[in-house]
Design a protein around this ligand. Structure first.
Ligand code: ITT
Length: 198
């Protein structure tokens, strides 16, 4: 089965390819379809944005499309940055600026109140019109300073529950076993396993 990955985020592509390497699917990327327009992410839920991205790419390519909408929900910030995680620091935001803003917002919050979770919604849109969504969550806490060099996004400030290292201090494979994306893709794996002829 061929699936087009409906994401422009190279780090997500790397993780999704690594986690699905043993599945009987061929992953195509948007660079194979340069005429597909970029989806405007204007929904206020992960599921809404993931579904919109997957459906638009499925319609444009005529092939099954898999989208990932994900982000970080911080309890002390009432769930922010949430669906706005990629652009938290505003126009021209990047990972360093987003992490700086997050640490600044949390500067008066004590360690035991810095709880957070990563959320990932993967949406699989099929050419017949069906859309399936799969969620994954990773609970943890936000540190006082960035640590580690691997991964992307908020990985240097996020330590998963039960560990004393950030995602950015772990190998990719270790992060995959614990991460929101790894868990959502585990559900996709089971879905595809039960439907070998999709
Ligand atoms: P696409 O929409 O093209 O897939 P994007 O980067 O804009 O790429 P999102 O809108 O889903 O993707 O935003 C996800 C943001 O959430 C991402 O840019 C990071 O800031 C954060 N994020 C998601 N998963 C993460 C992870 O595994 N580790 C660290 N940060 C993550």
């Amino acid at each position: 089965m061929e699936i087009v990955l409906a994401t422009g985020n190279k780090k997500k592509i790397e993780e999704i390819k690594r986690i699905t390497a043993d599945l009987p699917i061929t992953i195509l990327s948007l660079s194979d379809y340069p005429n597909c327009p970029e989806t405007v992410e204007d929904k206020d839920t992960f599921e809404g944005n993931a579904t919109k991205k997957a459906v638009e790419v499925c319609q444009c390519t005529g092939k099954a499309a898999l989208a990932d909408d994900s982000g970080l929900e911080v309890d002390a910030l009432k769930g922010a940055p949430g669906v706005y995680s990629a652009r938290y620091a505003g126009e021209g935001a990047n990972d360093v600026k987003n992490n700086e803003k997050l640490l600044q917002e949390l500067k008066n919050i004590p360690q035991d109140k810095r709880t957070a979770q990563f959320v990932c919604c993967m949406a699989l849109a099929l050419p017949g019109g069906d859309v399936k969504t799969f969620f994954g969550f990773a609970k943890g806490r936000i540190g006082l300073e960035p640590k580690g060099k691997t991964g992307f996004g908020y990985d240097p400030v996020f330590t998963p529950d039960g560990f004393d290292r950030t995602f950015a201090e772990m190998s990719g494979e270790e992060k995959d076993r614990l991460s929101h994306r790894g868990k959502a893709l585990e559900k996709l794996r089971n879905f595809l396993h039960d439907r070998p002829h999709l």
